[in-house]
Design a protein around this ligand. Structure first.
Ligand code: NOJ
Length: 559
């Protein structure tokens, strides 16, 4: 089919924080409808909307209690239908989350499943009896959950544990059970028949679990974070081929898998090689932690680990090209804001614009995350009440309440990486509640909304927003469209410790992307190419400089 998605520019919407149309403090579907004009103005042509299904919202909708209904927080089915129709009129495609690994514990399948060992829904989930070790009742394995603690939860009713690799309110589905697979297939068909254009497949790497044998990891933690026990196992590919054959291949859609749990390029290729008929592309997480963040001393500034970041980009770009398709992105709703993570507050505009150049001229379908296009930053967390993420509250319970970690230390430690960083309210204007709605929002608003907001950046000619618009326009609508979409990627000056350079070439056209990933000025020798044109520059250069300024980025047509 058309493979339209190769020429797409995606935009991820965290619906709860995006735009509140009915003034109840929660973003909603009609809020997205209101902002379709803005999205067209930005220039994107694909949106990924985070879950809006019925849910008790333990994990903001990744805990679904009814896959066939819209949460009343967000609207109803008629709103979704209207959104699909209006977006399509504007040539914007829509993908949604297909949540495959788990349901909410309030889903009726689980309500049934936990009733008795012979309930017809028992095998929809993964149950196992307790072990007795040293006379004490213990979980079936010592595996950790991604959200802290054990990946098992005890259920008194039947004296067994159920698996939950995320929160205790999110029991894992048992994919070995063909009935479960059939249910998911029906859910996928239902949404595709409503007219959506594809899926982001949530936590897809984790559908297969290995045998229930203890991890032998030598760590001091009680529960061992050996994610390989339930990540990227061969059986996942069988499940995906079945989904592909029975559903995906029957529609002209795109599928993007989220492959966490330390996926390698080799793993990714198994998901995205077209001949294997599984997925179109995957999101990997390799580039998400390329700085001194985890082990920096108090007061030390965050700094990009340039060699590591370059190596990772190169590995994924070169490793997949010609063999499958790629997805490129800086962050999603599970990572810190890129402007805070890799940007530099002293050179804010320059560094944020440079990061955009660095990423979005690479090969693959880009996805920006709402607010990234205006340079939204991490907020300041002052107390545990500022956090909304269930995983932070789990860790707080274990580290502070049970193991007596100093609460301030804890907050300092998690502030850098918490998923809440990306989930603050979208900053539309400098009006009350940042223009999100007329009621107090469900989550924090970053204090900097009076200076970082969409309205002001539309008016400001040199804003980050306009810079993003230029990149999107060059990528989708200019004479460079094909070279950026299909061009071969080649890294240059591989060993350079500050500069990241890459060439893209396609049918005689060549573009060269040059980024200074540091605040230091850098002199570069002859580039080795004849410059035809400056396509984009974050310092508004009319000529290529001999010395590159702090965080300078320049895109050239060369021959
Ligand atoms: C990945 C999602 O991006 C994340 O937000 C969620 O908590 C887990 N999967 C569980 O669904």
């Amino acid at each position: 089919m058309g493979k339209w998605w190769k020429k797409a520019f995606g935009y991820q919407i965290y619906i709860r924080s995006f735009k509140d149309s009915n003034h109840d403090g929660i973003g909603d579907i009609r809020g997205i409808i209101e902002k379709l004009d803005y999205l067209s103005y930005l220039g994107i042509n694909l949106i990924w909307i985070c879950p809006f299904f019925e849910s008790p919202m333990d994990d903001n909708g990744y805990d679904v209690s009814d896959f066939y209904n819209v949460s009343s927080d967000y609207g109803d089915m008629s709103d979704i239908k209207e959104l699909i129709a209006k977006a399509h009129q504007k040539k914007i495609k829509i993908i949604i989350d297909l949540i495959l690994n788990q349901t909410s514990d309030e889903h009726h399948w689980f309500q049934e499943s936990r009733k008795s060992k012979d309930n017809p829904y028992r095998d929809y989930y993964i149950w196992a009896p307790p072990r007795i070790i040293d006379g004490k009742q213990t979980e079936p394995t010592n595996w950790a959950s991604f959200f802290g603690g054990s990946c098992w939860e005890y259920d008194q009713q039947t004296n067994e544990y159920y698996m939950k690799i995320f929160s205790r309110k999110m029991p894992d589905l048992n994919w070995k059970n063909p009935k479960v697979r059939e249910e998911i297939i029906n859910i996928a068909k239902y949404w595709l028949d409503l007219g959506i254009d594809g899926f982001r497949l949530d936590a897809v790497a984790h559908l297969g679990k290995s045998e229930l044998i203890d991890s032998t990891y030598q760590t001091s933690e009680k529960y061992k974070p050996e994610w390989e026990k339930y990540s990227n196992l061969p059986i996942v590919h069988d499940y995906l081929r079945e989904l592909n054959q029975k559903v995906f291949s029957k529609y002209d859609i795109v599928t993007v898998g989220e492959v966490g749990g330390r996926a390698l390029v080799e793993d990714a290729l198994l998901y995205v090689s077209p001949k294997r008929k599984e997925l179109d592309m995957v999101f990997n997480f390799d580039h998400n932690w390329c700085n001194n963040g985890w082990n920096r001393k108090k007061g030390e500034k965050l700094k990009i680990n340039v060699p590591l970041m370059k190596e990772i980009f190169n590995k994924w770009q070169s490793g997949l090209q010609g063999k499958g398709w790629n997805a490129i992105y800086w962050l999603n709703h599970d990572q810190p804001r890129v402007a805070s993570h890799y940007g530099d507050s002293e050179y804010f505009q320059e560094s944020v614009k440079m990061l955009a150049v660095c990423m979005y001229f690479m090969w693959g379908t880009p996805f920006i995350y709402n607010g990234e296009e205006i340079g939204m930053t991490n907020p300041k967390f002052k107390s545990i009440d500022d956090f909304k993420d269930v995983s932070i509250h789990n860790q707080y319970r274990i580290n502070v309440l049970e193991n007596k970690q100093d609460p301030d230390d804890f907050i300092n430690q998690v502030s850098y990486s918490t998923r809440d960083n990306a989930r603050t309210i979208m900053q539309w204007s400098n009006e009350e509640y940042a223009g999100f709605g007329k009621a107090k929002p469900w989550n924090m608003i970053n204090d900097n909304y009076p200076v970082i907001n969409v309205k002001d950046e539309i008016e400001e000619e040199n804003s980050i927003l306009h810079f993003y618009r230029k990149i999107i326009d060059i990528r989708l609508n200019s004479e460079y469209n094909n070279v950026i979409t299909f061009g071969k990627y080649q890294q240059l000056a591989k060993e350079h410790s500050q500069m990241y350079l890459y060439l893209r070439q396609y049918r005689g056209k060549k573009i060269l992307v040059i980024c200074n990933l540091t605040c230091e000025k850098v002199k570069m020798d002859e580039l080795g190419y004849k410059i035809k044109k400056i396509i984009l520059s974050n310092y508004e250069r009319k000529e290529v400089p001999f010395e590159f300024a702090s965080y300078e980025a320049i895109v050239l047509e060369v021959e």
